[in-house]
Design a protein around this ligand. Structure first.
Ligand SMILES: NC(=O)c1ccc[n+]([C@@H]2O[C@H](COP(=O)([O-])OP(=O)(O)OC[C@H]3O[C@@H](n4cnc5c(N)ncnc54)[C@H](O)[C@@H]3O)[C@@H](O)[C@H]2O)c1
Length: 320
């Protein structure tokens, strides 16, 4: 029998590990032999997202709000800071918690990494580019963010988190990295979290009209979660400070996405146009040259494949 590959890390702490992306990160790390402590306050995530890991000795779940200082006794060589409300519906409902998680939470996660001498990766976002005037967005673009608009609680929290992470590396020498994630979708997104893919899939499976905002001409680029997780772990394994864009440059309008989901779900739903939210970006598409060059990473899963898997998962949830 071939020997199991040695894990890249002995023990990782994943804040926000009971959320959508975090739970996939926990699963991927455990699969490669890394022990994981998931730290989560369940404000938008749930223990069910990591239920499949619950009985495993390499996995621990700690209920804690990272805006309060926290410590982990077990030696740790990787801290992935993913705690933060992420869907517009969530961060508009939790504006102060979002700001505090991006600021105090990032500080506390950085201090944990510093105490352990661990590699630290911050989950930042394409929202750092705001409503971009450069297209596609490369890491050198500084963004176009309204600092007092409704989305600012998220955008500015992440921008502050990036600044704090960069300063931490400069002052204390902590091995930090920043990933700017673009829209990611897949199993375990909540059907009512307000993001386009889970909303459309839920509506298509229920035979309800798909609610497209504005005229549906605004674009997003959608990465399947397995691709995003591979990119994050490649960033963690590197010594790059970032920021590095992780996303799928395959751009699609919201209207085309709605019709694609109707087709893939075999649904007879129609489309209904509703009001577009304030400060909703018109375009969003990553330039992933840096990730390709430095991390040898690029997405591998097409929209058709990823959406089919996602629809299959939601069907299973409905049936279960
Ligand atoms: N999914 C995407 O498309 C996307 C895109 C860009 C960036 N991101 C970033 O990735 C991370 C995860 O996003 P997601 O889509 O999985 O969102 P999610 O809401 O599913 O997960 C976030 C998790 O963080 C937890 N959390 C929030 N505040 C916390 C706190 N103060 N203390 C402890 N736990 C806390 C929540 O309970 C939840 O489990 C976020 O930082 C988000 O900004 C995600």
């Amino acid at each position: 029998m071939a020997a199991a590959p040695s894990p890249r890390w002995e023990h990782a702490v994943v804040t926000g590990g009971a959320g959508f992306v975090g739970s996939h990160l926990c699963t991927a790390l455990i699969a490669e032999g890394t022990a994981v402590t998931c730290v989560d306050d369940f404000c938008t995530g749930t223990p069910e997202n990591v239920a499949q890991l619950a009985g495993r000795p390499e996995f621990s779940l700690l209920r804690a709000d990272v805006t309060e200082p926290f410590d982990i006794a077990r030696p740790t060589d990787l801290v992935l800071h993913f705690a933060s409300p992420a869907s517009p519906a969530d961060y508009l409902r939790l504006p102060l918690h979002t700001l505090e998680t991006g600021s105090l939470g990032t500080r506390n996660a950085l201090m944990l990494a510093r105490r352990h001498g661990a590699r630290f990766v911050l989950a930042s976002t394409s929202e750092a580019y705001g409503d971009p005037q450069q297209h596609p967005q490369s890491e050198s673009y500084w963004g176009n963010v309204n600092p007092v608009g409704p989305r600012s609680v998220y955008d500015e929290a992440k921008r502050f988190g990036e600044a704090l992470t960069t300063a931490e590396a400069g002052v204390h020498g902590t091995a930090t990295g920043i990933v700017r994630l673009f829209n990611t979708y897949g199993p375990r997104m909540r059907g009512y979290d307000g993001r386009a893919v889970p909303t459309f899939v839920r509506q298509a499976l229920a035979g309800e009209p798909l609610t497209v905002t504005g005229d549906g001409g605004q674009t997003r680029s959608l990465a399947y979660v397995d691709d995003t997780v591979r990119g994050i772990l490649a960033m963690a394994a590197s010594d790059l400070p970032g920021p590095v864009n992780i996303g799928n440059p395959d751009e699609i309008t919201m209207l085309d996405l709605a019709y694609k989901i109707i087709e893939l779900a075999g649904s007879d739903s129609t489309v209904r146009f509703i009001e577009r939210p304030a400060d909703d970006p018109a375009v969003r598409c990553p330039d992933i040259t840096l990730a390709r060059d430095k991390l040898q990473w690029e997405p591998q899963i097409s929209a058709d494949e990823g959406l089919a898997r996602t629809i299959g998962w939601y069907r299973g949830q409905k049936a279960g």
